[in-house]
Write a protein that binds this ligand. Structure first.
Ligand SMILES: Nc1ncnc2c1ncn2[C@@H]1O[C@H](COP(=O)(O)OP(=O)(O)O)[C@@H](O)[C@H]1O
Ligand SMILES: [Mg+2]
Length: 552
């Protein structure tokens, strides 16, 4: 017997689960990359058009110079009253204060260069931002050294280039004005005090019929106070802030937003990342066999990948008939060739077809495979070993309603496995097509295992198999009952049918463990019901060029 794999090697697929998970996620990504790419392209495109539909934003910048006047010396310093340097963040606070914003809005009312809608839009934007307490259309970027010298760049965003330029300039004007007012504040206070003192002296001069000396004193005090007030008034004229304008804002050429290309790139990238994360997460949570790759970790070959047929076709015409037409024909052909090449040196072959659970396609695969072997000239016997729920006869009825019973051994006798096991010397089989004979399972039997283990099954099967090249035993699911293992003991190996997107990797692992524990082995997997549209790897079609031939 030629087996091109070592059944003892890791047959239960026991890799560390971390490895398995990562590989699983990786394979899911590989399998789905066309969809992920399509998704990211679609999102990128949507982001592009969305961004393009957004109104433009222009940004203008006005630069304001900050100089710490108190550090100046000499004549200038004696004649100027300068405001103290601005502490960190003060300029920003001031620019975003409701007093300055309101002043800016008021100034904008009178700007002739703006159209009425531009003006209205600017002012309402500022008012809304003020209400929300979040000024976004005006930003200030400080570049100030520790001594309070440097530059403030005022950035103004607006819907048009002119509006942005004017907003930047108006904001700069108002910031400078606010700064200068700080310088005035102190002087104005002392001027007010002086004025109040003078007023008080004047009141006393009028009311008190005072003596000559007292009056004289009051008068001279008033004179000196008045002199001080005059000096302070001169200072008021010369008071200055720490800020001066460097240059007026320039008209921006192009809007800073929207940027459809960046939006598309960002959107596409995000979609790709999110899509990949979701795909990987789905692969990790959904641990069913989806493709041949998922079976790699078991170190058991996948002998065939059978496409999922349309339900209607299976119901109307039966799976055997479908097995002769394009799609299934090639797939079953591969399965047949792979099995035969495994047992090249054997002229007789006996196989058990099983699966982990019911419904994965054991009976269907057994029937189509038998048909494929028969087409290749092999004499095939199918034994429906599913004594509880055998369906092999029904599967063939769709294809040929044959009543052609012929003796397998002896004369007459049983026409199903259940009876044949009790009387193994006289058994008949149903010829379902040339080269394929079938021994049906018989009516449902509960004590099937008792029946199977009581007998010398090996000897019986040997006798029944004599006239055939290939015997296929359709068996019950491995995880449900032990019948499959008992039957498989007398065959060359088990073909394990798995159903794409349904059979779990865990179930396969469990089934393989049972097989291994019985000292048996699975020769290979059949991955059944693969969605050809979903799994593009399997969708190569290579049908004959019939039209070409007929033209020749
Ligand atoms: N490749 C396939 N495409 C579509 N339907 C399938 C395919 N293989 C099996 N089926 C259907 O799946 C169901 C279960 O198949 P069956 O062979 O009876 O499974 P099992 O013998 O493992 O219980 C049946 O209705 C069958 O027609
Ligand atoms: Mg079945």
């Amino acid at each position: 017997m030629n087996r091109n794999f070592d059944s003892s090697q890791n047959a239960s697929g026991t890799r560390s689960s971390g490895d398995l998970d990562l590989a699983l996620a990786g394979r899911a990504l590989l399998r789905n990359w066309p969809w992920l790419l399509l998704l990211s392209l679609a999102v990128g495109l949507a982001a592009y058009f969305w961004a393009r539909a957004q109104p433009p934003v222009y940004r203008a910048e006005a630069v304001v110079l900050a100089s710490n006047g108190q550090a100046n010396s000499g004549v200038v310093n004696q004649t100027l009253v300068t405001a103290p340097p601005l502490p960190d963040g003060a300029a920003e606070q001031a620019l975003h204060s409701s007093a300055v914003i309101t002043a800016i809005a008021e100034d904008l009312q009178g700007v002739e260069q703006l159209t009425a809608p531009e003006r209205a839009s600017l002012i309402s934007a500022l008012e809304t931002e003020l209400q929300r307490n979040e000024i976004t259309s005006l930003q200030i970027i400080p570049q100030i050294d520790p001594y309070g010298n440097g530059l403030y760049t005022l950035q103004a965003d607006a819907r048009t280039a002119t509006a942005a330029r004017i907003l930047a300039d108006t904001a700069a004007t108002n910031l400078i004005r606010w700064d200068a007012s700080r310088a005035l504040e102190g002087i104005e206070k002392s001027a007010a005090t002086l004025r109040a003192q003078i007023a008080e002296i004047e009141r006393r001069l009028q009311t008190a019929g005072s003596t000559g000396v007292e009056r004289q004193t009051l008068l001279s005090t008033r004179a000196s106070l008045q002199e001080n007030l005059a000096r302070v008034s001169i200072l008021l004229q010369a008071a200055s802030g720490t800020l001066t304008r460097v240059s007026p804002a320039a008209q921006p050429f192009a809007p800073i937003a929207p940027q459809p290309l960046s939006a598309a790139l960002l959107g596409g990238l995000l979609a790709l990342l999110l899509g990949s994360a979701l795909t990987a997460a789905r692969a990790l949570t959904d641990k069913t066999v989806k493709a041949e790759d998922d079976l790699l970790d078991f170190n058991i070959p996948t002998l065939g990948v059978i496409p999922r047929l349309r339900r209607r076709d299976v119901i109307l015409r039966g799976i055997v008939d479908q097995g002769k037409s394009a799609g299934l024909y090639e797939a079953v052909g591969f399965l047949r060739v792979n099995i035969l090449s495994m047992f090249q040196q054997q002229d007789r072959l006996r196989l058990t077809v099983s699966s982990t659970a019911p419904g994965e396609g054991k009976s269907s695969i057994t029937a189509t495979l038998a048909d494929a072997f028969a087409t290749a000239g092999k004499r095939v016997l199918i034994i429906d070993g599913d004594l509880r729920r055998g369906t092999q006869q029904q599967v063939w009825e769709k294809y040929s309603a044959s009543h052609d019973w012929k003796p397998l051994v002896g004369m007459g006798g049983s026409r199903n496995l259940q009876d044949a096991l009790k009387n193994p010397d006289n058994v008949q089989v149903l010829r379902v097509e040339p080269n394929v004979d079938l021994l049906p399972a018989g009516p449902g039997l509960h004590e099937s295992l008792v029946l199977l283990t009581q007998l010398d099954l090996g000897a019986i099967l040997d006798r029944w198999s004599q006239a055939y090249d290939i015997v296929l035993i359709d068996s019950p699911p491995l995880l449900a009952i032990a019948d499959g293992l008992v039957l498989a003991r007398h065959t060359d190996g088990i073909v394990l049918v798995t159903e794409a997107r349904t059979t779990s990797l865990q179930a396969i692992r469990a089934a393989l463990r049972r097989v291994e524990r019985s000292g048996l082995h699975v020769i290979g997997f059949v991955l059944n019901k693969v969605d050809v549209q979903k799994d593009t790897t399997y969708s190569y079609s290579y049908t004959p060029r019939t039209t070409q031939h007929s033209l020749d």
